[in-house]
Structures are given as C-alpha cells and as structure tokens.
Ligand binder design. Structure first.
Ligand SMILES: Nc1ncnc2c1ncn2[C@@H]1O[C@H](COP(=O)(O)OP(=O)(O)OP(=O)(O)O)[C@@H](O)[C@H]1O
Ligand SMILES: [Mg+2]
Length: 249
C-alpha cells in the first residue's frame, strides 16, 4: 500500500495523498449528505467538461465518509505566489482568467446562486430581521444568470500543472448564477487571508470581465453575511463591517 501523506488537517476533515489518489476524509459527525453533495457537485462539473481532478468515489472511512479523486501533479497557484512574490501580478491575472473561463461553463443540476444566498441569509441568527430583509432585497434586485460560480475560487483551490494547464479543486460551494457574486467571494477571501492582494484582484477582475465595480460591491454585504454563518471569530469584525453597508438603506 502506498504511503499516506497528510496535506491538510481541519477539525472536520483530513486531506491526504496515497500514491496517485487524494482522499478527503470527513469526521464521523460530518453529515453523510454533505459529503455526497460535495461529490455530486464535483461529478456535475466534471461531466460538463470543466478541468477538475477525476472523481473516483465516495467510500466509508474512519467511521465516517471519504471522497477520493485523482492526484493532479503540479503546484497550487497559492504555492506559486508564495515562491515567487515578484510574479504575484501575473498569478493574479491567471486567477482572473481562470475564473472567467470557469464562468463560461453551463452545468446542469446546480443550485442557483441567488437562491443559495437567499437560503443562507434567511437562516442567519447573527443579524437582525431588518438587516436580513435588506440583504434579501439586494439579492432580489440582481438579474438572474446561469454562469458556473465556484463559490470559493482562491489560489489554493487551483492547481497549475507542469504544462501550464489548470485544474480547479474544492467544488462544495459551487452554484449556477452571477459572476459578480463569485468575484465578491474571492475578494472577501483575499481581504481576510491576504489583504495586500485584495484591491488589485478586484480592479483586475472588473477590467478583464468589463464589469462595473458597483455590481460586485452590491454583492459584498450578501456574501459577507453568508460567510458569517460559519462562525469564525477572527473574521467577525470585518464581515460585520461589510454587512453594515446594507443596513438602514
Ligand atoms: N486532486 C488533487 N490533486 C493535487 N492536490 C490536491 C488535490 N486535492 C487537494 N489537493 C491539495 O490539498 C489542498 C487542500 O485540498 P482542498 O482544497 O480540497 O481542501 P480544503 O481547502 O481543506 O477545503 P475547503 O477549502 O473546502 O476548506 C489543496 O490546496 C491542494 O494543495
Ligand atoms: Mg481548498
């Protein structure tokens, strides 16, 4: 049996490599339906022809469930940015190009971005009813679209292969809808994890997508509220600041 090499450990899952296979093993308390849902979305995206690691299966493991997929040889865009910070502009461009290409795919059976956001806002207990109402009004005001949105397109979820081609990982949060919402999520992730790159990313996305910045800004309080539901204390202050823009309007 090939060696097990742990890549990432979180409270609810471990990602490890065993030879040519990547396994995402979830703790027994993690809902089976969530694991199957992630694998299902991955399969839908793979069937549509998006470059993703080949899904190999969902299996019982360690008392819970695990997703197996092919290991893709290469480096994540995040690893490349860390290794060559002088090339960060070039890598940011790559990220935006990939995001726009992903958005060009049409994938059947995915939930709509607006409905998904609406559901997460409705069940939020951390914000009051008036703010929830304002956020829902914002969502209703956005035009319906059907672009593939990854929902967490950050440099660590992109593997660049040796030949320069790319593969996108981690499809648990994908939906079909508005590219502006997807860009707002990426911008939010940069603001939380690598703030020095956030504004540059936003400017670049708007330019390459030919999208007004106001369109992405409209989504910001909405995506921040959806992120607040994850209860990450370190993120709370910034997210609440973003959400406050939607209050009393
Ligand atoms: N199929 C794969 N081929 C190569 N490397 C992979 C593959 N899947 C995952 N990895 C590596 O493992 C890391 C973590 O995997 P992944 O992004 O799926 O989980 P995660 O970031 O913990 O999930 P989430 O973002 O949902 O919390 C990736 O950043 C990448 O370095
Ligand atoms: Mg990831």
């Amino acid at each position: 049996m090939a060696n097990r090499q742990i890549i990432e450990e979180k409270s609810y899952k471990t990602v490890y490599r065993e030879g040519n296979v990547i396994v995402k093993e979830f703790t027994p308390s993690h809902p089976k339906s969530d694991v199957y849902n992630e694998a299902y979305i991955h399969a839908c995206v793979e069937d549509a022809g998006v470059p993703v690691p080949k899904l190999l299966g969902v299996n019982p493991a360690g008392g819970g469930w695990a997703i197996s997929m092919e290991y893709v040889t290469g480096k994540t865009l995040w690893e490349l940015m860390q290794e060559q910070p002088e090339k960060s502009d070039e890598y940011l461009e790559k990220l935006v190009d990939i995001q726009l290409e992903v958005g060009g795919y049409r994938v059947r059976h995915l939930r709509n971005t607006r409905l998904k956001m609406e559901d997460s806002i409705k069940t939020l207990t951390q914000i009051d009813a008036s703010t929830r109402y304002e956020l829902l009004q914002r969502i209703h005001g956005m035009a319906p679209h059907t672009k593939l949105c990854h929902g967490d397109l950050v440099p660590s979820n992109i593997v660049i292969k040796e030949d320069g081609s790319w593969v996108v990982l981690d499809w648990a949060h994908a939906s079909a809808g508005n590219a502006g919402a997807d860009a707002a999520i990426t911008y939010m992730r940069f603001s939380l994890d690598a703030p020095e790159l956030a504004e540059k990313y936003l400017r670049l996305f708007c330019k390459k997508a030919d999208m007004p910045i106001q369109y992405i800004q409209t989504w910001m309080p909405v995506v921040a509220a959806a992120q607040l539901a994850k209860h990450k204390e370190a993120e709370r202050e910034l997210l609440e600041k973003w959400i406050s823009v939607a209050e009393y309007q």
